[in-house]
Design a protein around this ligand. Structure first.
Ligand code: CDT
Length: 303
């Protein structure tokens, strides 16, 4: 057995005027709890340092930039890295990233994996951006990820870390089987992700009762079909008037949910994940080398 104790650190709402320093206090409290529970790794949500600003129209560029991190770590977030090193607990953290690359300013919806020594192991930039670029004044809130972020340019890598093969995705990526499969093809045994998922989708109100079902449906199938653990962590509850789902959970390679949060606030739950449970799936029913028929999958990679 290769046991990894994984903490899911669900967050409740973050208010618009809550400082990063105050949010980091919440993150460290969850990490300290996780350390007491014997966790190796703690998983935080998407864009976990601030309120989820893509729900608002922001005209002013300086104001928009103020929601992004220009360096990671930076002074506001340093206490979380220090806690990781002190407690010997790794973490996964989502944040809005402002980068200067190719001679220009670029914005990404990003997540990092940090080791027990407080050093960054890997970085992922969200590839499937939901929403739109225009303003929708008739809607109760906006979904402006396509306006505020560029499509991630780092692919879906898998890292050797925590005694296994670890990949990352972010929120809407979890609804796309390709995200899991690209990592599954690299042998992923643990896929980490955070999400901000409103209960109400103004474009599809008929799914408002199905948010939790769809959340589990996609992560359970992604886990099973790729023989991997999947860890999904929410920012939940009513944030600045937007009601978001919770039900952060850990899913085994069998597709079964082994741990799930029950509140819509800051909540830590812990799962004992045996990475060796992936083996039988990867060597039998989902032995990709033996059973996949990529010669018939061409359409998937055509535009
Ligand atoms: N953050 C994020 O990606 N949220 C999306 C909302 C989609 S609304 C149609 C999600 O897929 O959960």
């Amino acid at each position: 057995a290769r046991i990894l104790n994984v903490g899911i650190a669900q967050l409740g709402p973050i208010s618009r005027n809550e400082s990063r320093q105050d949010v980091v206090v919440r993150l460290v409290a969850l990490m300290e709890d996780a350390a007491r529970m014997g966790c190796d790794l703690v998983v935080y949500p998407e864009a976990a340092l601030t309120a989820f600003f893509p729900h608002w129209w922001i005209d002013d560029e300086d104001e928009l930039d103020s929601w992004f991190e220009r360096a990671m770590p930076n002074p506001a977030v340093q206490p979380l890295f220090d806690a990781a090193r002190r407690l010997k607990v790794g973490f996964h953290l989502g944040y809005a990233e402002l980068a200067f690359e190719d001679g220009r300013k670029r914005r990404f919806n990003t997540a990092i994996l940090v080791g027990k020594d407080g050093e960054i192991i890997g970085k992922y930039r969200k590839i499937h951006l939901p929403g739109y670029t225009d303003r929708r004044p008739g809607d109760p809130f906006q979904n402006l990820e396509k306006r505020y972020f560029e499509v991630g340019n780092l692919g879906f890598p898998v890292w050797h870390a925590f005694g296994g093969r670890v990949g990352m995705m972010i929120c809407n990526d979890r609804r796309w089987p390709e995200s899991y499969r690209v990592m599954g093809l690299q042998g992923a045994e643990l896929i980490l992700l955070g999400y901000n998922t409103p209960v109400h989708n103004p474009a599809m109100p008929e799914t408002d009762d199905l948010g939790n079902f769809h959340n589990q449906l996609v992560m359970q199938s992604g886990a099973y079909q790729n023989g991997t653990w999947v860890v999904g962590v929410a920012r939940a509850g009513v944030e600045e008037g937007v009601d978001q789902i919770g039900q952060s959970c850990v899913i085994a390679p069998s597709g079964e949910v082994v741990v799930q949060c029950t509140t819509l606030g800051d909540e830590l739950q812990v799962a004992r994940c045996d990475l060796d449970l992936c083996n039988s799936y990867k060597t039998s029913i989902f032995n990709f080398a033996k059973h996949r028929r990529p010669e018939h999958y061409g359409l998937i990679v055509e535009r």
